[in-house]
Design a protein around this ligand. Structure first.
Ligand SMILES: Nc1ncnc2c1ncn2[C@@H]1O[C@H](COP(=O)(O)OP(=O)(O)OP(=O)(O)O)[C@@H](O)[C@H]1O
Ligand SMILES: Nc1ccn([C@H]2C[C@H](O)[C@@H](COP(=O)(O)O)O2)c(=O)n1
Length: 700
């Protein structure tokens, strides 16, 4: 199945718990490149695993670095400031960099300083993000960078940098050329008011020039904290950047002889911009009166990231925050939040979160000096204004500011389907709108876009959010054995981003445990009360697609036909059914639940949003089960399987408690002649019909 089209977030009530954040994107991509330019190996711990770092790693491998990844640790063996011979060739090497500005800009600068040929490409939005000022800066250094599409924008074609000898194009002559170059110095003028990434890129590449370079900033340098990260990390890789004595932000000099030196090992702190969503979450929904708080691990008071100053802005809006060197704890302080008027130039990315916090403020919030929003993953000022209006807010936007007035009253909040513009930050910060006082659910379109920096964002978010169970939507799939409930339910859960309850597995586990302990035997009447006590005491865990009982993976053990019959036997015991009710209810958590079984719609979740009763002819079901077993290498006889299915159906249907039968309000679905894809789509259409949002449009 393709990427989920949307994620519906039910109304949320409160937030409490601890979140472990992924590594910083800004630091990860900088240190990956620096490690790639060094000699020798550098081991980086806590590397962000996301779209943007993946394109950087792939590019490093293509230019000749050795990359070994294990979890969040990466060992990079760098090229030592010089391309390996195989990378110096006539045909350009294409490097696809997606929509990763933190890869496109610094890689362009570094590669342009070297002696190879490259074609720097990306997604269509990347071709709308200006890069002309960086290219101008590189050309001042003798770099050969051409626009392969529109002037001023990627894609870019890079050729060997001109060196001051007659035949300096060859890598072999680079030593002689750089000796000559060391006697030179360059003054490069760089615009500072569009993106600080241009200066970052030039500074990181400067040691490759082989001579002294002074960068002079034209205009006011924006996003200075990002330059501070660059300077800090360059220092850790042995490169000192000298700064002007006036403000420190007008002139930067990298001396000839500066050379990258691997620090050997480096730990990357968690992403401060990603922390902003959880800082805001704490401020909005962690009520100290209920003993609630949100703790963010991995980034804190010692952070080198500029976005850590989001804390000050959140405090200005009323958050109560305390920090350790590597953690932040947040609770609700003033409520409603306080409206603010803030220059956000120092926290451009995290400031988007303030725009959503503004929905919960006591007046109009103005965020200023955010012109850079317009050239990010999308035009974030326009996008934010449009989406906040959908929720019921009044929004004024200017070239470099946004002004947000919350909905006048609870009744003015709207159900909104939030378009995310392939922008991870739009998806993450707008998820906070689900705490609205009108208990409106919020649809986040294309939720997978968070993969750019925080692939497991929604797991982390729902892991600390609480909802009234009555508000958590449930979709029940009941029906006889082998009708395809599990298959359908798994696809639905994946597509809707919901939790999955395989209630049959619970009865199978009880059956297995009862047989293992001798409480269930082929002969004699089993002691139902003893089996119910056993059921209540079991330590069951569903994780990583497996079923665990007391630490043992029993996924296969419960799937035998004997397991099915034992499950059917214990499931007919009223005491066993009662013992499992609470456990089944505990699966009902935000954002929603797909419940697969026999009595999901009739007994366990009678208030479910949608109930499907799935059937298929006994013949088809036996055939499917047969195929299933044979494909797993088990011996099977179709006649036996049909007989077992019919015996199980008879027992499940005729038992006194919670028999297998359609709920009165269930929609029947006979999939005897329907493939999986069609039945999944049909149920999704039924589901969509019951949502307050318009049907989504497919996206690429
Ligand atoms: N619509 C369908 N068309 C064809 N095959 C299907 C369809 N739905 C499911 N199947 C196949 O039928 C087999 C049984 O499906 P599944 O395990 O999902 O059934 P089930 O109802 O959950 O069974 P049980 O109640 O025993 O757990 C699987 O191999 C599955 O791939
Ligand atoms: N809600 C449920 C789910 C399952 N059972 C029983 C009936 C089945 O024969 C047995 C195994 O279920 P399966 O894994 O095949 O779906 O468990 C039930 O009574 N109520």
């Amino acid at each position: 199945m393709s990427k989920p089209l949307f994620l519906d977030i039910p109304p949320l009530l409160a937030a409490n718990g601890t979140v472990h954040l992924p590594g910083s994107k800004s630091i990860s991509n900088r240190v990956l490149l620096l490690a790639g330019l060094c000699s020798g190996s550098t081991t980086l711990h806590g590397v962000l695993d996301s779209d943007d770092t993946r394109v950087m790693l792939a590019a490093l491998e293509r230019i000749g670095c050795e990359v070994v990844r294990q979890g969040t640790t990466a060992r990079i063996t760098g090229i030592g400031g010089r391309l390996p011979v195989q990378a110096v060739q006539q045909e350009p090497i294409e490097l696809f960099l997606g929509n990763a500005g933190t890869a496109m800009r610094p890689l362009t600068a570094a590669l342009a300083m070297l002696q190879g040929r490259f074609l720097m490409t990306g997604v269509p939005r990347m071709y709308e993000r200006p890069i002309g000022d960086l290219v101008d800066g590189l050309r001042q250094l003798g770099c050969d960078v051409e626009y392969a599409g529109t002037e001023g924008y990627p894609p870019l074609r890079i050729g060997p940098r001109a060196l001051p000898t007659a035949n300096a194009n060859a890598n072999a002559n680079a030593n002689a050329a750089s000796t000559l170059f060391a006697q030179h110095s360059s003054l490069v003028r760089v615009r500072g008011d569009v993106s600080s990434q241009f200066l970052t890129a030039l500074l990181m590449a400067a040691p490759l020039a082989g001579h002294t370079i002074t960068f002079e900033i034209d205009g006011e340098l924006i996003s200075k904290p990002y330059i501070a990260i660059t300077l800090n990390l360059l220092q850790r890789f042995g490169v000192t950047v000298q700064r002007d004595s006036d403000t420190g932000w007008k002139q930067f000099t990298v001396e000839a002889g500066a050379m990258y030196q691997s620090p050997g090992e480096l730990h990357i702190e968690a992403d401060a911009s990603s922390a902003s969503y959880f800082i805001a979450l704490g401020a909005i929904a962690s009520d100290p009166a209920q003993g609630h708080s949100i703790t963010v691990q991995g980034v804190g008071a010692d952070s080198i990231q500029g976005d850590i100053r989001f804390i000050e802005a959140a405090e200005a809006m009323g958050a109560s925050v305390s920090s350790t060197p590597d953690s932040i704890t947040i609770q609700r302080g003033q409520w409603p939040l306080r409206a603010i008027d803030l220059d956000c130039n120092h926290i451009p990315d995290a400031a988007m979160t303030l725009a959503v916090m503004a929905l919960y403020a006591d007046g109009t919030t103005t965020l200023r000096n955010i012109a850079s929003w317009r050239v990010k993953e999308t035009d974030r000022i326009a996008a934010m204004a449009r989406e906040l209006r959908k929720l019921g807010a009044s929004v004024e936007e200017g070239d470099d500011y946004i002004r947000v007035t919350p909905p006048a009253s609870a009744a003015d909040w709207r159900h909104a389907s939030i378009h995310t513009y392939d922008d991870h930050r739009m998806a993450m910060c707008l998820s906070l709108a689900a705490f609205n006082p009108a208990s409106r659910s919020v649809r986040i379109e294309d939720p997978a876009c968070v993969g750019k920096t925080f692939p497991h964002y929604f797991d982390a978010y729902f892991g600390v959010c609480q909802a009234d169970p009555a508000h958590v939507p449930v979709l029940c799939v009941d029906g006889p054995s082998a009708s395809g409930k599990g298959t359908l339910s798994t696809h639905l859960a994946k597509t809707l981003g919901y939790h999955l309850l395989d209630s049959g597995a619970l009865y199978r586990i009880v059956g297995l445990a009862a047989r293992r302990t001798g409480l269930l035997q082929d002969e004699g009447e089993p002691d139902a009360e003893a089996i119910a006590r056993l059921a209540a005491s079991l330590s069951i865990r569903f994780a990583d697609g497996c079923v665990w009982l007391d630490g043992e993976d029993i996924s296969d053990a419960i799937r035998t036909e004997q397991g099915g019959m034992d499950a059917s036997t214990v499931s007919a015991m009223p005491a066993v059914r009662t013992a499992l009710v609470q456990l089944q209810h505990s699966f009902r958590k935000a954002p929603g639940l797909i419940a697969d079984g026999r009595d999901m719609g009739t007994v366990i979740f009678p208030d479910a949003t949608l109930k499907v009763f799935l059937t298929a002819s006994a013949e088809k079901r036996a055939q499917r089960r047969y195929n299933q077993l044979i494909s797993k290498g088990f011996a099977a006889r179709i006649d036996d399987l049909r007989a077992d299915l019919q015996a199980r159906d008879a027992r499940d249907t005729s038992r006194a408690v919670a028999p297998l039968q359609p709920a009165q309000d269930a929609l029947p679905l006979d999939n005897s002649d329907m493939d999986v894809k069609t039945s999944v789509q049909l149920v999704l259409d039924w589901w969509q019909d019951r949502q307050p949002f318009p049907a989504p449009e497919a996206h690429g």
